[in-house]
Design a protein around this ligand. Sequence first.
Ligand code: NAP
Ligand code: SF4
Length: 670
Amino acid sequence: MYTHLLSPLDVDGIRLRNRVLMGSMHTGLEDRATDFPKLASYFAERARGEVGLIVTGGIAPNIRGWVKPFAGKLSWPWEVRRHRLVTDAVHAEGGRICMQILHAGRYAYHPLGVAPSRIKSPISPFTPFALSSRGVKTQVMDFVRCAELAKEAGYDGVEVMGSEGYLINEFTSPRTNRRTDRYGGSDEARMRFPVEIVRGIREKVGKDFLLIYRLSLLDLVEDGNHWDAVVALAKAIETAGASMLNSGIGWHEARIPTIVTSVPRAAFAQVTARIREHVRIPVIASNRINTPEVAESLLASGTADLISMARPLLADADWVAKAARGQAHLINTCIACNQACLDHVFENKPASCLVNPRAAREWELPLRAAQQSRTITIVGAGPAGLSCAIAAAQRGHHVTVLERSADLGGQFKLAAKIPGKEEFSETLRYYSAQICELGITLRLGVQADKATILSDSPDVVVIATGVKPRRPNIPGVQHPKVLDYMQALNGASIGKRVAVIGAGGIGFDVCEFLTETSDTAGDEKEKWLKQWGVDLNYQSGAGLCKARVEPPEREVWLLQRRVGRLGAGLNKTTGWVHRAQLKQKNVQMLDNVEYVAIDDNGLHIKRDGTSICLQVDHIILCAGQESQNELFQHIQSVHPDCHLIGGARIASEVDAKRAIDEGVRLAMRL
Ligand code: NAP
Ligand code: SF4
């Protein structure tokens, strides 16, 4: 089915078994030598899953290039040995692997950072030192040395990170390069630094070694590069000896989302297609490509020669193998939530995956057959129950799932209704497909009680009955104007003026649901590009243009009792997108709110001692949740092996990440 995706490619004397490149992503396991055995098992599982070419997370060529203090680095011969563990493990599985060389430049989160000019970035508290001309030469030599050591460590090649606003990108852009020596002042001078790096590496490593250059196709920042400069750089890099060009989209400081779930699939691929017209070496498309269908269509249409995916291969190590076996429906699709991967990296925690908690934990959670097959009854078909059911069945247990409602998914079903979160329905598709594949018995519409559960005489009972919305104690909360978020998202009729109580993740989601414009005409991708002011045709500089947002049909207030910015607790990599979207839709955000009463006039609140009546048609409660665990209390006393997981165990701040993690970890112990 996926003839383009699965066809091999010969580049620089190296055969890649298919067109899937596992893009570079930091996992937090690259930084300490003692973590390299874990890194090796993580990559080996992806190589076993038939990925064509893996690229490691970024490794610095020297201390100044560290992303953070003591981050992964390869600059000394004694650092080679730990990398051998990784390359040997991947090669043993028939895979290929390149090491990414990343110099953080002004994004360094430490005081030793360097940059073309002394300009602080908005995402690091440290101002970099401006490199002298000699200092620039030293950085070039360190890149070259790092590549030589990577070759010694057994890598099949290196990827030079030239995008996302890191050091090389800082040299190539007028935004951050104000130099007046031979490395600045004109487009040609600005590209001298990467060209010297690529040429220097090629001279030292010789042929039969891959040299991928990650080129910033769209800077998406003010004073970023114009298209002619991007094309000139691509050609110069090709001439200097690169084997392939990978697509980089957007600097980290850009205020345009480039990978979160609301970004349409393959949103930026047309820029990859444009650069492909100017070079002869293979070109790699990236960003929000997560299914074999999308990947295949990009290759078939000539948009790119390979597809880069990082997070989709965290979500499912067997992504390629499943596509090759005609089992794409069994792929655990990355939903681009960032919650367990990039958010963890930014919180200095090891990365994993929300839909696959085994990712980068392979050594800790090996998927082994159970010693003894048991019968397991799970109550609740939300993320906790279903992830437990699937992992338990994969280990050879006989699993029955009982669910009160008419369909599976629990809170995930609601998330999939939020505009921009449609991707979450992929997880529901995955659950359904695995239930069939693994022969799990799913009984929907069953209100499980003690008798129902015990009638099957299960060896193990798992209660994953989830949560119910909290009803805060506000006078008038029983008024017909009041809906909880489940009712709101499940199709209740909602007026034009709405107050939302509670500004956690669900309050934000509900506001996005309420302010979605009913304009369904036109291409989704075009509408999204317009909304964020992205110009893929480069009519104006750096791919930016004026954003145009359709006004919403509803007037919405989002409220919280706490004093401070609303959404401050949202996740690092996605929270700013949610806040920006609600701002675009004119949602009024009020903190320091005291809820006084609800009546026919609307919601009465007090702020700073002033009484205000929000004259709204509806009030939607997003004030957190409470556990639904009554069944556990009943079963616990009569069944010796009974477990409580997910929101039913602890409702406070429960999210799908914790629910799924608990489900899988329990299954591994059964
Ligand atoms: P939450 O994050 O705990 O937020 C609940 C909100 O309700 C808080 O803003 C709280 O703020 C307010 N609240 C709590 N008790 C209240 C009361 N008695 N009366 C009035 N207001 C009250 O919970 P959630 O929004 O339900 O989300 C649940 C979990 O899912 C969270 O872990 C969340 O991170 C996750 N989630 C994340 C996303 C996302 O990242 N986009 C989306 C959906 C869900 P005040 O006390 O200040 O008023
Ligand atoms: Fe994808 Fe979310 Fe998993 Fe990250 S945590 S790999 S974004 S599903």
